[in-house]
Design a protein around this ligand. Structure first.
Ligand code: G6P
Length: 467
């Protein structure tokens, strides 16, 4: 934190995450531009107010961030750790995103994956160093008895390491992902699996988005570490909801209206819309979603010319070859569908890959059907946001493997994400839902989706940790 921020050296509430609330990009002219992110933590932390001596510890993620740290540029209350590039790459791309993400989302594909060899061991050591750097920074900057909220699979070792350095702290950990079933988790080398579990169990509270993921973690801990494994840690469930006030206000600003007009042009008059908005992410199952839409058009020709699929798939983790290949596959399939069915005045799939929040909100408002079909997902906020924002009410086609399904399943059209025929049928049912039924479901979905808004979600965790 720059001295000019006037913040005290020691904070009473600390958040730690790989990706922080602000990032910097370096222009050709050498100028730094900052960009603030959104999300539950950002609104949660702002809810405790500026007098709370809070500090958010995060990592430098690219050249812009690194330059900002070098120049001493920063935001009050944000501490960016300048972890060396090779260590960060191995910990983030290697262990966090290629191993832990894959384990918790069941993404490995035999016969080629996984292979735990000397390259993995080198990355694992980087992951330990990376977690160690966070633990030391938090230990340095936490006031006596402070509450520390550690986020996600990038930092699974931090609670245990921090507990050793600072036994006085109240430590919480939150997993924003699912937790793997025990037999899948045991793909990991035994020592690594044990370290990950003991790392999280170093927290006073280890928290998850749904009961299902919490139970899976508890089962892993007991099976791998023994019946007393959970003695010192409470397991919490906090199901993050959508921020209705923010979304409704933001979705009615002029930039969103402009994008709605542009999208209406692309859709054409009188057509239904099927909307999806995701990071281009293997677990989001975008390819099977497109296959299901293609099957709908093949088997139910009555929908040709009458429906448009707005598929927004924004770039993510492009350092990983498998993500780049997946992105290419999404494009290829969207093109193939347009090739097969498109006509002079009708483009069946409108694919956008350039991240644009205003355009996402415009699509939310225009949605007749929302398609959310992940293979596995910690929660999935898109499933919660679309019903809150859609102008005319929307039907939600929702994977039973999304955490959100635990809260929304009753009013959604549930699909098995691998079942492409079943998903095509669900799209048809969703498109033909009578108006009254659709409004009734949308209202119920929106109410359930906003039950625990981000501020409440954050403050509940803080209260529970301090209790
Ligand atoms: C998931 C994870 C987050 C992560 C986000 C974006 O939601 O739970 O921790 O920040 O994906 O991924 P990225 O790798 O770009 O940070």
């Amino acid at each position: 934190v720059p001295e000019s921020s006037g913040r005290p050296q020691r904070a009473t509430v600390l958040v730690a995450s790989n990706r922080g609330p602000v990032s910097y990009s370096l222009g050709e002219d050498g100028d730094l531009t900052s960009r603030r992110g959104g999300g539950g933590l950002v609104s949660g932390l702002s809810a405790i107010g500026s007098g709370a001596d809070s500090l958010w510890v995060c990592s430098v993620l690219g050249a812009g961030d690194r330059e900002a740290v070098r120049r001493g540029v920063g935001e009050p209350g944000v501490l960016m750790l300048d972890i060396d590039e090779a260590t960060h790459a191995a910990a983030y791309n290697g262990i966090a995103n290629s191993v832990l993400w894959f384990v918790h989302h069941l993404l490995y594909q035999t016969p080629l994956e996984p292979v735990f060899d000397s390259e993995f061991r080198r990355q694992w050591e980087a992951y330990e160093r990376y977690n160690g750097a966070f633990a030391r920074a938090l230990a340095d900057r936490a006031a006596p008895g402070a509450a520390v909220l550690v986020q996600d699979y990038h930092l699974a070792l931090v609670p245990g390491l921090l507990r050793e350095l600072r036994p006085d702290l109240r430590i919480g950990h939150f997993s924003h992902t699912p937790w793997a079933p025990v037999d899948y988790f045991r793909l990991l080398p035994d020592d690594v699996a044990g370290q990950l579990l003991r790392g999280l169990l170093g927290a006073d509270r280890t928290c998850f988005l749904t009961r299902r993921w919490a139970d899976a973690f508890g089962e892993c801990a007991v099976r791998l570490l023994g019946p007393d494994a959970l003695a010192g840690t409470r397991i919490g469930v906090h199901g993050l909801g959508a921020d209705a006030d923010f979304l409704r206000e933001r979705a009615h600003r002029p930039d969103v209206e402009e994008r709605m007009a542009a999208l209406r042009e692309q859709i054409g008059p009188g057509r239904r819309t099927v909307v999806r908005v995701d990071r281009t992410e293997l677990s989001k199952n975008i390819v099977r979603g497109l296959l299901a839409y293609r099957l709908l058009l093949r088997e139910r020709p009555e929908w040709r010319e009458r429906v448009v699929h707005l598929a927004f798939a924004y770039p993510s983790r492009q350092d990983l070859a498998v993500y780049r290949e997946y992105t290419a596959e999404v494009r290829r399939l969207a093109d193939a569908i347009n090739e097969e069915f498109g006509t002079e005045g009708w483009t069946p799939v409108v694919l956008h890959v350039q991240d644009d929040f205003a355009r996402s909100l415009a699509a939310y408002r225009l949605a007749d059907v929302a398609l959310v079909n992940p293979i596995r997902d910690g929660m999935n906020l898109v499933a919660k946001e679309i019903p809150v924002v859609s102008d005319e009410g929307c039907a939600l086609v929702l994977s039973r493997e999304a955490g959100a399904h635990e809260e929304l399943g009753e009013w959604a059209l549930t699909v098995n994400p691998y079942d492409v025929s079943g998903t095509a049928e669900a799209l048809h049912t969703a498109l033909t839902l009578p108006d009254g039924e659709r409004s009734r479901r949308t209202e119920a979905l929106a109410a359930a989706a906003t039950a625990l808004p981000p501020e409440r979600w954050f403050l509940d965790q803080l209260d529970a940790l301090r209790a």
